[in-house]
Design a protein around this ligand. Structure first.
Ligand SMILES: Nc1ncnc2c1ncn2[C@@H]1O[C@H](COP(=O)(O)OP(=O)(O)OP(=O)(O)O)[C@@H](O)[C@H]1O
Ligand SMILES: [Mg+2]
Length: 399
């Protein structure tokens, strides 16, 4: 077999951080290599095959591993190359009207002639239920919204696929939505008569929410894994960075653990600068991602915790944990916790927060040893620095 450092990444423009559609050819090397955990298929092949077979999927994987990019790119490819209907919908931006916004999103991805047909039926008053399908009905009751989703799904042509990203943003409505999917299958008689549904999002407990539901038997889980070191090397070499050294590859890999989002941040800093510029970019990006989410993570973790704990204290404890973990990679979980030095109550709370970090894809958890490890050094540093920031005296702000 040829090495990965051939030209399989060449010809590809470097995406900007945040881009989520790549030409499938540009995923080559990253997502077109055979993967053992996918029965020797690549991610791209695996998805294409299952979409064609109408196998519904839940795509899981850590933060920044490239879940959105992969599914969005494959679905756009199928639309434009093979005339598939449907498309990519991100639920995250839909706010409190999540499930109704989702209904509208699904409706919007219908081919235009189907929309016209629905509108005609509405005007003729042929069916009472159909009226909830159209764009006109913006604020239905939850029940009518659900009916709308079920009816809309049935209007899609045979070759259709719908990706729903950031499904965790639905919160409690996720169950409602799964009920709708379940009803839609029952009404249609088979999920082959509906579009292929692909769910993805940021949290592992998203899958737990789905696993507990009877519709889960219709879904297959697909795991997206970080790039191996050789792919990181190939990607760096293909992005016109001159003289990629072993040291450079080692350090980028150690910081990113092969998460494409972090490797890409490095490349964006490095392409017109030095190795240090690249590393600074990884750190900055990891920090901004962590900052964005840490409040939600902590408050979710402590939601059902009766003892009152200040979020600030929790941040400080987490940051101390990260600092000790980073400085002493060989320490056991118990020893790290001992050195963090918390009272029993705060310690319990910290364990809940670590578990929540795990669910969000920031940490790995080994149930046998009880350990919690950051998926990459960049996240550990980001959290450690969060504490450093919090510890600065507040006097400069109050004057
Ligand atoms: N195969 C790839 N090749 C190059 N860049 C990639 C690849 N996959 C992802 N990226 C880049 O990495 C970044 C993160 O990817 P993406 O948003 O798809 O990850 P995600 O798993 O959906 O993350 P999150 O859990 O935060 O939603 C994006 O900016 C994207 O452009
Ligand atoms: Mg995503």
């Amino acid at each position: 077999m040829e090495s990965l450092t051939d030209n399989r990444f060449k010809r590809c423009p470097i995406p900007e951080v945040g881009d989520t559609v790549l030409e499938l050819g540009c995923l080559v090397g990253g997502r077109n290599d055979p993967k053992e955990h996918l029965n020797g298929m690549s991610e791209v092949e695996y998805l294409k095959k299952h979409i064609r077979k109408k196998q519904w999927m839940v795509v899981i994987g850590p933060r920044l591993v490239g879940k959105s990019t992969l599914v969005h790119s494959v679905v756009d490819y199928l639309k434009f190359q093979y005339g598939y209907s449907g498309g990519y919908i991100s639920v995250a931006s839909s706010g409190s009207e999540g499930i109704d916004a989702m209904r509208r999103g699904i409706h919007d991805t219908l081919p235009i002639f189907r929309k016209i047909l629905i509108r005609l039926k509405e005007l003729q008053g042929i069916s009472g239920t159909v009226s909830q399908v159209g764009v006109g009905a913006s604020f239905g009751t939850l029940e009518s919204v659900t009916r709308g989703i079920i009816k809309t799904l049935q209007e899609f042509p045979e070759k259709s696929v719908i990706v729903l990203d950031e499904v965790q943003a639905l919160g409690n409505s996720l169950q409602q939505f799964l009920n709708a999917l379940s009803d839609a299958i029952n009404e249609a008689g088979s999920k082959r008569k509906l579009p292929t549904i692909i769910l993805t999002g940021s949290m592992i407990n998203l899958t737990e929410g789905i696993r507990g539901h009877n519709v889960s038997t219709h879904f297959k889980e697909m795991e997206v894994r970080p790039w191996p070191k050789e792919t990181v090397r190939a990607y760096l070499e293909s992005t016109h960075i001159p003289d990629v050294s072993n040291f450079e590859v080692d350090e980028v890999y150690e910081y990113s653990m092969g998460l494409p989002g972090l490797v890409l941040a490095y490349i964006n800093g490095r392409k017109n600068g030095t190795h240090k510029d690249g590393m600074d970019r990884i750190r900055k990006y990891a920090k901004s991602r962590v900052r964005e989410e840490i409040h939600s993570i902590i408050s979710l973790a402590l939601e059902s915790y009766e003892m009152r704990i200040q979020e600030r204290d929790m941040e400080r404890a987490l940051s101390t944990y990260a600092e000790i973990w980073r400085a002493n990679p060989e320490l056991s979980f118990e020893e790290i916790m001992r050195r963090v030095g918390l009272d029993e109550n705060t310690r319990k709370a910290l364990e809940l927060v670590l578990e929540e970090m795990h669910l969000w894809g920031y940490m790995e958890h080994d149930p046998s040893s009880g350990s919690y490890d950051f998926v990459c050094l960049a996240y550990a540093e980001a959290l450690a620095s969060l504490g450093a920031h919090k510890r600065t005296p507040r006097t400069w702000r109050t004057g």
